[in-house]
Design a protein around this ligand. Sequence first.
Ligand code: EPZ
Length: 433
Amino acid sequence: MDKYIIRGGKQLHGQVEISGAKNAAVAIIPAVLMVNGVCRLENLPQISDTDKLLHILSLMGAKVRYINPGTVEVDCSHVYLSDDIFPLTRQIRASYYLIGSMLGRFGRARTTMPGGCNFGVRPIDQHVKGMKALGASIGIARGLITAETGGSGLGGARIYLDKVSVGATINVMIAAVTAKGRTVIENVAKEPHIVDVANFLNSMGADVRGAGTDVIKVRGVEALHGGTYSLIPDQIEAGTFMTAVAAAGGEVQLNNVIPRHLECISAKLREMGVSVTEYGDSIVVKRDRPLERVNVKTQPYPGFPTDMQPQITAVLCQAEGTSVVTEGVWDNRYKYVNELRKMGAEITVSGKTAIIEGGRKLTGAPVAACDLRAGAAMVVAGLCAEGLTVVEDVVYIERGYQDLVGKLRSLGADIVSVSEPDLPDAPAEADAG
Ligand code: EPZ
């Protein structure tokens, strides 16, 4: 298994290029299934989740051509349902988007329950509610999801989502694109990647309006045609690098960002005494004085992103005083705190609230990446800890960050990725006799 070894204490200086948005890519690739033609996707992040999703499409008959790093052409002119995708779909959360795109393309869907980061129960009841409203019957049994429209295809509907859900918003939007008539989806999520998926669908001939507001309206079209689409930059990768500078100190320019998407993160870091200066498509983050304590509440966009919660908690371990972090989206997203405690962090967790007694230097230690963003938080903590930090299970980190080690090294961080062969199976017990 691969691991990262970090020697803390080095400031970060220089420039870093932010990659395409993971949570846009993992929705747009499944949505490509709806396109009866060739889609060219640009600024695609090179991460294991996108690799897996492109492999899933190829197992369904799509022709995938890698043009250059970050650019791929996918031809879904001749695609079909295939159970061969199941070993892959159960590994990633975003496989649930195949429900919407399969129903939209075939009027039928066969996939597995999704996998993904494990921080509490991750239901899909709102996805199911939306698909049923569009006229699908859905069965979930033995880990499989099957859906039918009985040959009549999907029909437009008015849907009110009981919970603000990124996944359900995108999944229902995808399915509604070729549903007959108009669909109105209310109480939707407004994350930047939702707008990006809507813009992708519209560039392929769909008619989606209102993405980024509380109500999305879709007028069904016969079919989607091919085209070219370039993804937005990754808000959370950018935010992660901003917290890395806040933790390690120094001055870094982040290129290929959309400052508006980072407003909440920038505001919180400024409150902590970090300087954030915005330019057109770049920002400069500088930390050259002690950090101030703050309180953070994670909320759906445009609130402080839940996917930045572990990273900001790692930074707050250094801020003088007591900080309070409240998780407003997930029920149980503090598993990583035990790993930070191994580095000397003093954090009390009660329900959805973490109380951080800051002002202490963390010390390097062997820690594990519990999930994607928890893993990123371990790296952020390792950058400012005294001594060596070894982060295990970095496979989680590499699901969502393109070349994190290379980018940090280019900024002066002392971090390496090492591969340790999987330990051989324990030798069979010697014969007792
Ligand atoms: C997406 O997950 C992201 N993943 C998550 O990012 C992110 O944390 C989350 O949105 C919130 O922003 C991807 O985009 C692949 P939700 P998703 O549906 O869609 C409840 C990362 O680090 N809910 O917005 O699964 C749910 O339990 C990952 O990149 C229902 O109750 O999240 C949660 O409490 C981790 N029923 C809340 O809504 C449903 O049918 C928000 O979940 C769906 C969700």
